[in-house]
Ligand binder design. Structure first.
Ligand code: NAD
Ligand code: DAU
Length: 354
């Protein structure tokens, strides 16, 4: 598996995966393949852009011809598939883009791999990176295991569920050597500020309201992005074909408790009085079909491959805040232009006094 194609390599998680592989495996060629949508950003990989084993191809995973060419020219032997439309709120407004990229794009990529490898699958691997959202929503108790029945509720999670099924179908029908992981919520540097944690960091810093959907009682299981990248590296190299592994942080927080913790940390970092940032918390209309609770049972990957998270939430959150405060230019580039239009449409004009 020496020539590795990483789709979505310019995105949040993809960029951490690419950086890790480029640095750890100098003898392997890492080809980042990305359409550079609003979420793709080559600045995420500025530090490795000149590495001899890093290559970038601007392309759409729905473009079968380009994929065929890249598989041939670069002699691709392994795929890490992260390219996707990833934001639930956008999927509620514009589901078709999610169907196109997440479903049609995944099957186009599966075909490209199958055809390029000409059904000789020795020493090949197609690794599909998926989400815990395919399992639906938990009540107060229990965890998602690899055997939990799929029950997606948003167009995003339904499109990811569909892509998971297609990947398994290519394994069962054609023998394509696939592996799938379903991970919980990631956070960390380079996270696009449409997602809760970076959006809140940005709004706290700039004195804007922090929008909390509903009563803030929904629960997510947060994992530091570099721990996810480490798990992906491990599964790619040591996971078993045809298997699924769940990845999670054993780190459940209600949204409101998480935001209060973040506000308190930001008060310290910004030299504010304790309690000042929390005044920006603003409860807004709930997300349609909002899943109540996600929580992953990650005992399989721990037992079989020896993976556990290395960073506590307090450490990870502090690293994240420090990164955003130190990378003002990155944030300013990202929130200019299209982001402003999106923000206005999604949140309207929120007032801090709500
Ligand atoms: P992201 O939105 O930050 O990045 C997605 C990347 O895919 C971007 O660089 C974008 O330009 C690229 N892309 C989008 N459409 C494309 C297309 N048609 N062709 C080629 N490239 C395209 O997403 P992320 O948060 O880094 O998530 C990466 C993957 O991990 C996704 O598959 C997502 O479902 C999965 N995942 C994410 C999380 C999370 O918490 N963020 C958790 C579990 C699983
Ligand atoms: O669980 C894995 C998933 O985590 C990934 O598959 C998705 O790609 C990723 O975006 C993430 O989905 P969520 O919907 O859980 O993440 P988000 O950051 O959008 O929201 C986290 C929680 O915070 C959720 O309960 C909704 C809430 N929220 C979100 C935003 C953007 C708010 O209360 N206010 C907000 O403004």
């Amino acid at each position: 598996m020496n020539n590795i194609l990483v789709t979505g390599g310019a995105g949040f998680i993809g960029s951490h995966v690419v950086r890790r592989l480029v640095k750890k495996y100098p003898e392997h060629n890492i080809v980042s393949y990305d359409k550079l949508t609003y979420a793709g950003n080559l600045e995420n990989l500025a530090d490795v852009k000149d590495a001899p084993n890093y290559h970038f191809v601007k392309g759409d995973i729905c473009d079968g011809e380009l994929l065929q060419q890249v598989f041939a020219d670069r002699r691709i032997t392994g795929v890490l598939h992260l390219a996707a439309e990833s934001h639930v709120d956008r999927s509620i407004v514009n589901p078709m883009e999610f169907i196109r990229t997440n479903i049609v794009g995944t099957v186009t990529l599966l075909n490209a791999a199958k055809n390029a490898w000409k059904d000789d699958f020795a020493e090949k691997r197609f690794y599909h990176i998926s989400t815990d959202e395919v399992y639906g929503s938990l009540g107060a108790a229990g965890f998602f295991t690899e055997d939990t029945r799929y029950d997606p509720h948003s167009p995003y999670s339904a499109s990811k569920a569909s892509s998971d099924h297609l990947v398994r179908a290519y394994h069962d029908t054609y023998g394509l050597p696939v592996v799938i992981t379903n991970c919980s919520n990631n956070y960390g540097p380079n996270h696009f500020p449409e997602k809760l944690i970076p959006l809140a960091i940005n709004n706290i810093k700039t004195g804007k309201p922090i929008p909390i959907y509903g009563k803030g009682e929904n629960i997510r299981d947060w994992l530091y992005v570099e721990d996810h990248a480490a798990a992906i590296d491990l599964v790619f190299h040591k996971g078993k074909n045809g298997e699924t592994y769940n990845i999670g942080g054993h780190n459940e927080w209600t949204n409101i408790a998480l935001i209060r913790l973040l506000c308190s940390l930001m008060d310290k970092k910004l030299g504010r009085q304790e309690g000042q940032s929390a005044k920006q918390i603003t409860f807004v209309t709930d997300r349609a079909g909002h899943d109540l609770r996600y929580a992953i049972d990650a005992s399989k990957i721990q037992r079989e491959l020896g993976w556990t998270p290395s960073v506590t939430f307090e450490q990870g959150l502090e690293k994240t805040v420090d990164w955003y405060l130190a990378n003002q230019a990155w944030l300013e580039h990202v929130v200019s232009g299209e982001y402003e239009k999106y923000y206005e449409k999604q949140y309207g004009k929120l007032s801090a006094e709500n």
